[in-house]
Design a protein around this ligand. Structure first.
Ligand code: ADE
Length: 247
């Protein structure tokens, strides 16, 4: 019997998960909390593959189901995000050093962006796992992608909220409000901080990588759709395969 806790690999998009399911050894589909999970092994590591679903609550439920139902020992997340930091371009990747909810505001009861009753605003990615993920991204980027494009690897703050940010004014307002409270986000997305909070509740190491699909500006939705189809799945697959070598 294999007693090693499986690694959860959570994808935001079906396109990102498809290649991983195809590589699974002894694949077994298990339903839990209305979600399909795939158990099996990748490069000799027991894994559970899941789709986070979209938004903070759905992603939190998925994460709790993975931890309670499958006893996963760590959670790795791959997805796409809008780049909002200076020099964070489409095709780059951001590994989350920390995660903040940009739509959390229980002021004046609690400071803006603080998670009530946690006394905490930012949930950190696990240092060791995130470091390995940075290395995996660098290795994947070195290989390059079809078309010769090779992006940069960033490591910094990711801001999550239940909103697809699709306007320069909207993204500027989010970034400024966070900066006024001492936080400088590199990317915006819709799940990471929720997954990080659930992992912190259970004491499970967490790391996330987001490929930048758009600049969270007025053309974000067009860039996003094209990127997801063309590039995101290739990135996710290469990065996870590089990570598994390092684990
Ligand atoms: N995921 C990818 N792009 C995004 C954006 N602009 N806003 C929120 N989530 C995203």
């Amino acid at each position: 019997m294999n007693t090693v806790s499986p690694t959860a690999i959570l994808s935001a998009l079906e396109q990102e998960q498809g290649g991983l399911i195809a590589q699974l050894l002894h694949p077994q589909k298990v339903q839990r909390a209305g979600r399909d999970f795939w158990c099996g092994s990748l490069q000799g590591h027991p894994v559970v593959l899941g789709l986070s679903r979209i938004g903070k609550v759905a992603a939190a439920t998925t994460t709790a189901a993975l931890i309670e139902g499958f006893g996963v020992g760590r959670v790795v997340f791959t997805g796409v995000a809008g780049g909002v930091g200076p020099g964070v371009r489409v095709g780059d990747v951001v590994v989350g050093a920390g995660f903040v909810q940009h739509d959390m505001d229980a002021s004046p009861l609690f400071p803006r962006f603080e998670i009530p009753l946690y006394g905490q605003t930012v949930f950190m990615g696990d240092t060791v796992l995130s470091g390995l993920l940075v290395q995996a991204c660098q290795a994947a980027m070195r290989q390059g992608l079809e078309g010769g494009h090779s992006g940069q690897v960033h490591h910094g703050l990711i801001a999550s909220g239940d909103v697809f940010v699709s306007g320069a004014l909207q993204s500027g307002a989010i970034v400024r409000a966070l900066q006024d409270c001492g936080h400088a986000p590199l990317a915006v997305e819709m799940e990471g901080a929720a997954v990080a909070q659930v992992c912190a509740d259970y004491g499970i190491p967490f790391a996330a990588v987001r490929t930048i699909s758009d600049r969270a500006d007025d053309t974000a939705h067009v860039d996003f759709s094209q990127f997801v189809t063309d590039v995101a799945s290739v990135y996710a697959n290469k990065i996870i395969n590089e990570l598994l070598v390092l684990l």
